[in-house]
Write a protein that binds this ligand. Structure first.
Ligand code: 9UX
Length: 72
């Protein structure tokens, strides 16, 4: 079953950051939906837990120069 997770993302300062993160996450196998908000500093991600984990999602974002943490 598809799951969803919410993340806080620090370090996004322009709208291209939003596009960067959406592209990075969308190209990952197992991630089916991504919604990033610049002003809110948040992302909602729909993923298949058989293919990718929330901590891998955090790592992908962090590796791109932002700082992600899982939200509730
Ligand atoms: Mo904007 Mo973001 O100039 O990584 S693309 S700061």
């Amino acid at each position: 079953a598809i799951k969803k997770c919410s993340l806080h993302i620090a370090g996004m300062t322009c709208s291209s950051c939003v596009a960067n993160i959406e592209n990075i996450l969308s190209s990952k196998q197992g991630i089916s939906e991504v919604a990033v908000t610049l002003l809110g500093g948040k992302a909602e991600v729909a993923y298949d837990p058989n293919l990718v984990s929330p901590s891998q999602i955090v790592d992908l974002i962090d590796s791109s120069g932002y700082e992600a943490t899982l939200a509730g």
